[in-house]
Design a protein around this ligand. Structure first.
Ligand SMILES: Cc1ncc(COP(=O)(O)O)c(C=O)c1O
Length: 441
């Protein structure tokens, strides 16, 4: 958080110097515990010398523990603050908040934007459930924008068609790490006084017209879940904003509204609600993150640019091989305006040329030992939508490209960390599978 005084740290050990200390950490981790953590991060892979080397580490850890102190602050401490400082500097946002996951970050942003029952939130028809979980849970209406068939990102022209006086937020998702065309979205938002939150779960380190993804909308942020380009030991998220009204409330939003700038009588602090952009109170939940999560992000951030460069090269290789085969539509390359993160490789086919649809191709790819990631489908098809009263067929009619592309044309493939052999095998397998389909096999 850049506002150091905004509260939201933990209060349970703000006791200062004392003869009988009340440690923040009730029970310390010892060298045996640390050894288990080492074994977890660097597991036995069956190599002959693993146990021998582990025994050396165990002995050294035991020695080290005799000369070391103990970690006495495990959550919302210096590492979380450092992860936030790195985020502000790298992404170019005025405020950053490191938290338990990006779903939690979006919840805070939706609250600050004042999303409530009856409001409309426009988002792409293809994303992950996390994007719509909060607005759905408070009775806001999700309005699905159709996708751009080339990128599977939301189509700004369809967003424009679907804005109504009830629209309170637009949520572009940089799916697979390919940047959404943000200018028309921001223009629409300015014209209609709507807030924009970039779901850049896949877009960490990518850019649009020289600005980092996640820092262009009024809110934006990233997931550091284990499958993302970098992770913070399994779970984590970063929420960004440059809006002063919101930035000063991020700490409270993350930790139950604890407010150390005020106190009730005879007590250490007060609990303040978040104040949304319309001046209404909103109740905060707990999205605190641990120091070790923050450390995970700090360490992997150092490699982010390099990881994206490797992914980019892998995507370029896939494009080079696949472009030789008619009927395969290769991933849209970066333009002068875009720098994608290549989180996923977007594989598309022209079903008419190939003589079959993506479902058949996916099956063939699986038989050849490939993993395709069929993770991102039409959100309006889930049971929860019907249960909440949405008419899926009516929505489908407003999203023709989503229907066409999802059922017939696209899937996602991995790019990293594949060995060169795996990447070559993957590209060849796609070409072969498509040839087989053309031959009616
Ligand atoms: C597009 C998209 N949005 C949001 C999220 C949620 O991120 P997290 O798992 O950190 O809550 C994900 C996670 O997979 C995602 O893919």
């Amino acid at each position: 958080m850049s506002e150091k005084k905004s509260g939201g740290g933990d209060f349970r050990y703000a006791v200062g110097e004392s003869k009988v200390p009340w440690h923040a950490v009730g029970e310390f981790f010892n060298s045996e515990d640390v050894l288990e953590m080492v074994k977890f991060i660097l597991p036995d892979d069956g190599k002959a010398d693993y146990q021998e080397k582990l025994a050396t580490v165990a002995a050294n850890l035991e020695e080290l523990a005799k000369s070391s102190g103990k970690a006495t602050k495990l959550t919302l401490g210096k590492k979380v603050a450092e992860a936030e400082e790195i985020s502000r500097n790298y992404f170019g946002s005025k405020y950053a908040c490191f938290l338990d996951n990006w779903t939690g970050g979006m919840e805070i942003a939706y609250k600050l934007a004042g999303i409530g029952a009856g409001d409309e939130v426009i988002m792409p028809a293809v994303t992950f459930i996390a994007t719509m979980a909060y607005p759905l849970s408070v009775g806001a209406k999700i309005v699905f924008a159709d996708i751009d068939p080339e990128t599977i990102n939301l189509d700004p022209a369809d967003v424009a068609r679907k804005i109504t006086p009830k629209t309170k937020m637009i949520v572009p998702v940089h799916l697979g790490g390919y940047p959404v065309d943000m200018d028309p979205i921001m223009e629409l938002a300015a014209k209609h006084n709507i807030m924009v939150m970039e779901d850049a779960a896949h877009g960490m380190g990518g850019a649009y017209k020289g600005r980092k993804l996640g820092s262009i909308g009024h809110f934006g942020g990233f997931s550091l879940h284990e499958v993302k380009n970098i992770n913070s030991l399994g779970e984590g998220g970063v929420l960004l904003t440059s809006e002063d009204f919101a930035g000063s409330q991020l700490a409270g939003g993350r930790f139950l509204g604890l407010d150390f700038t005020r106190k009730i009588k005879d007590w250490l602090y007060d609990i303040s609600p978040l104040t949304d952009r319309f001046g209404n109170p909103q109740v905060a939940q707990n999205h605190s993150a641990t120091e070790i999560q923050a450390l995970g992000m700090i360490l992997q951030m150092k490699r982010l640019d390099q990881i994206i460069a490797i992914r980019r090269e892998a995507a370029e290789y896939m494009n080079k091989v696949l472009s030789q085969e008619e009927g395969i539509l290769v991933e849209k390359a970066d333009t002068a305006d875009t720098y994608g993160t290549h989180h996923l490789y977007l594989l598309r086919i022209d079903p008419e040329v190939v003589g079959g649809n993506i479902q058949t191709l996916s099956k063939k790819l699986q038989e050849k030992g490939l993993t395709n990631i069929t993770h991102f489908g039409p959100m309006y098809r889930f049971k929860i939508m019907k249960d909440l009263g949405y008419d899926e067929e009516a929505i489908a009619k407003t999203c023709p490209n989503t229907e066409k592309m999802f059922y017939h044309s696209y899937t996602h493939l991995p790019l990293y960390p594949l060995t060169r052999e795996q990447l070559e095998y993957q590209a060849q397998a796609v070409v072969e599978a498509v040839r087989e389909m053309k031959q009616g096999k």
